[in-house]
Design a protein around this ligand. Sequence first.
Ligand code: BES
Ligand code: ZN
Ligand code: ZN
Length: 505
Amino acid sequence: MKIQTVWSEKDIHEVESQGIAILLAEGFTPEDYAVVAQFVDTDFAAYLELKKFTGAAGSMLALPIIQNKKITKLFFVGCGKKDNENLNIETYRRALGTLVTTAQAKKIESLVFAMPQATQYGVKAEFFAQQTSSILEIAGYKYDAFVTKAQDDTQKDVVVTVCCGTNDASGARVGFKTGQIIAQAVNRERDWVNTPPSRLTPTHIADMAQELATEHGLKATIFDGKKIKELGMEGLHGVSRGSSQDPRFVILEYKSKKADAPTLGFVGKGITFDSGGLSIKPANSMEEMKEDMAGAGSVINSIVALAQLQPDVNVVAVAAITENLVGPDALKPGDILRFYNGKTAEVRNTDAEGRLVLADALSYVTKNYTLDAVIDIATLTGACIYAVGPFFSALLSDNTNFADKVKAAGERSGDRVWALPFTPDFKTAIKSEIADMQNVGSPSIAAGTITAAWFLREFVENNTPWAHLDIASSAYNVPNISYYRPGATGSSVRLLIDLAMQWKA
Ligand code: BES
Ligand code: ZN
Ligand code: ZN
């Protein structure tokens, strides 16, 4: 039971459907739902008033109508009110999320609506159509790979036809297709994160990355455990020592057709299961630790989408992938590791493993590529959940210009970020007497999300503008957002794609 989106330049009443949705913002007039008259001769003004449907955000009214002797469901969907000049796009996304959830619950198999005017939202039709198709498909997602007895065998995919309405058709058509590609990447990332940890091993992710790269024309280079060790990546190798699974270091490259295009680096944390290692996690904190590869999944799936969308910017995505377990050769508290760039760190807590694998990945990509900017994505700290809550990822950066671009990409795409202060005050937290740094912050400087970022900062070479996104807050089980489902959210995929698509030097 998924959503299939279809673009149409026909009139809404020309599309045969089991459900018709009318999207209305607060302050709507009967003219805004005049289209209903094409289906049924009823005075809705009194009914909408009786039912107190005002178009408020989150509201929805569903009723059956009889049309050519057939019953059709009519949905009035509230799109909220204007912030300043414009309606709010996040409210629109959630309105579509509510619509999809209701259609699925009511077992509607086909649904049609006319896309509202993009200008009401202060955006171009292309962008608006992109948001429309991507959120519909994101909202339709369900992870059911292991449900053998389909809860309802009769439930088919829901086909949602979106009519162009009064929008610029040529732009909207392109945007709609883009949105489908974005949603595919987001949903594939969600599939990976939701997959049980013993089934999604480092080799498995690397194999899927290789396959996707071949399919979409990306260059792929993959290092196994032996090569990782030879290259001096003791962070990634060290963390992998507690596991029987061989680690992988995945490098995917998208090259734009434009000469002299700028190059962006994406770096992802790929811990396919984080037990904490010998500094083992309590049972309840371990329950969801299959999500700890979300950063790797995000950078891999984002670059795959970019290979399809072909922006004028090159992208290198690297992912450091391993399990963090407690085997006989596991990393021990007190161990000192030497990373790819030669720096060393004292491991005080083996559960702070994300920064160890990212240290190698960041130094590898910033030493071997000339990058205009690099961003790493990681479910890095539990502290992040308390610092920013589930609706945001934490952004850390010492480069205002780049941070502003990441923030803007977050706002546009709906993958919102919240910048935490990144002043040098916090850096002393990772000082070590016996190595260049230690992998946990001192308790007197308790801001764990910020001190972890200072650790990563040590591995950004060649003055590359850098930003770090801690998605521990937003990657999994985000409540109350109508277009998410329990489990993985695909956090940061929309942001990364937008960042590359909108990149201006
Ligand atoms: N993978 C965890 C962080 C995490 C927690 C992600 C909850 C998603 C949800 C990370 O490796 C970790 O365990 N970090 C430690 C660091 C500490 C030992 C300095 C943490 O946050 O407790
Ligand atoms: Zn950990
Ligand atoms: Zn972790």
